[in-house]
Design a protein around this ligand. Structure first.
Ligand code: EPU
Length: 317
């Protein structure tokens, strides 16, 4: 598309774009939606349009339309590992929150296989695994967000990672084409994956059969440990920085004397220093300033450069 056309497409105002898309799209299209309503940090300015497709066909139509018009697309899941700019996000933010189908597709003696759509909250999946007596996800108890986000970032805790239980992933690229990625191709690493750019639609996971009470017991133990060590009920984006090889970023931040450091309403948590808490009216620029300050202190103390684990999105970021 020529630059002039791109500019014209970008110039489409929210409501007229909504009218045009709405002809073939099932779901919600919200103009100037405040993204702070959709992040666990409760931070983020408005998206030009916030789209919640009800089904995969509507998503396909939307992505085809937006790519043809050159309109920027941002995909979010449960909003748990992201920091969104105070100035918001250009274009269309697409949420997976309505794609929540879960089906047990095979019940064998020693394992079960499940089809899970990407918008399914991770904790709903854990509840199903508890009820069904399926083991493999216990370490992920208490982690907020959706399955899609967890899979893209290979979420992990207590020695397990979501990538461990994945068999395959269905991804729709930004032009609306679907492909199936096998586990080996997904290249899961520490808090990372090589899943191609696009929208994770669903995954097939394989869990071991176990006694429901044993699964439940392990989840309770992990949850208790998590409550003791992490501020899980406060507004945060989870761990802010990745752990450098062989050492906890939280410990480094703590030992650099950063606990309790504050910028505006954003504070380095006293319980676990790798969590930055929004105390009420926190904003993204204070959050980023605090990240920079903490990074600098850790570098001065230990000569180690921390790398963000959270995704920073939106205008000016
Ligand atoms: N520690 C401190 N001060 C702190 C925090 C931790 O001294 O403020 C010490 C602890 O006492 C402990 C060590 O550091 O001796 C490790 O701490 P912890 O067990 O809490 O683990 P972590 O390495 O800090 C990682 C993950 C967490 C995950 C936990 C539990 C990362 C960046 N963090 O934290 O994941 O829940 O292990 O398995 O990989 C996340 O990714 O968002 C996250 C929270």
């Amino acid at each position: 598309m020529a630059t002039g056309d791109t500019q014209k497409a970008k110039g489409l105002t929210g409501p007229s774009l909504v009218e045009e898309i709405g002809r073939y799209f099932k779901g919600d299209l919200i103009v100037k939606e405040d993204m702070s309503l959709h992040t666990t940090l409760r931070i983020g300015g408005p998206a030009d349009i916030f789209a919640i497709p009800k089904d995969v066909l509507s998503l396909k139509y939307l992505l085809m339309y937006l790519s043809e018009k050159g309109i920027p697309v941002t995909i979010i899941g449960g909003g748990s590992n992201i920091l969104i700019s105070d100035h918001g996000i250009d274009g269309v933010v697409i949420s997976s929150q309505s794609l929540t189908r879960v089906e047990i597709i095979e019940r064998a003696d020693t394992f079960s296989r499940l089809f899970v759509e990407s918008g399914t909250p991770l904790q709903s999946l854990l509840n199903i695994s508890k009820q069904e007596g399926l083991s493999g996800l216990e370490g992920l108890v208490g982690i907020p967000g959706s399955l899609g986000g967890a899979v893209k970032g290979n979420a992990g805790s207590f020695g397990i990672e979501i990538g461990d239980v994945i068999e395959s992933i269905a991804v729709m690229d930004l032009k609306g084409n679907i492909s199936i990625i096998e586990k080996e191709e997904a290249k899961f690493g520490y808090r990372s994956s090589g899943i191609p750019e696009g929208f994770v639609l669903s995954v097939i996971i394989r869990l071991k059969r176990d006694d429901p009470q044993e699964v439940s017991k392990r989840m309770s133990i992990h949850l208790e440990e998590k409550r003791e060590r992490q501020p899980i009920s406060l507004w945060s984006a989870g761990c802010v920085f990745k752990n450098p090889e062989g050492v906890s970023a939280g410990r480094l931040i703590d030992e650099a004397g950063c606990k309790g450091m504050r910028r505006g309403d954003i504070e380095v948590n006293e319980k676990h220093a790798n969590f930055f808490i929004n105390k009420g009216r926190g904003n993204a620029s204070d959050f980023i300033a605090l990240m920079d300050e903490v990074k600098a202190r850790v570098f001065t103390s230990f000569g180690i450069e921390l790398e963000p684990e959270i995704r920073i999105l939106g205008k000016g970021c």
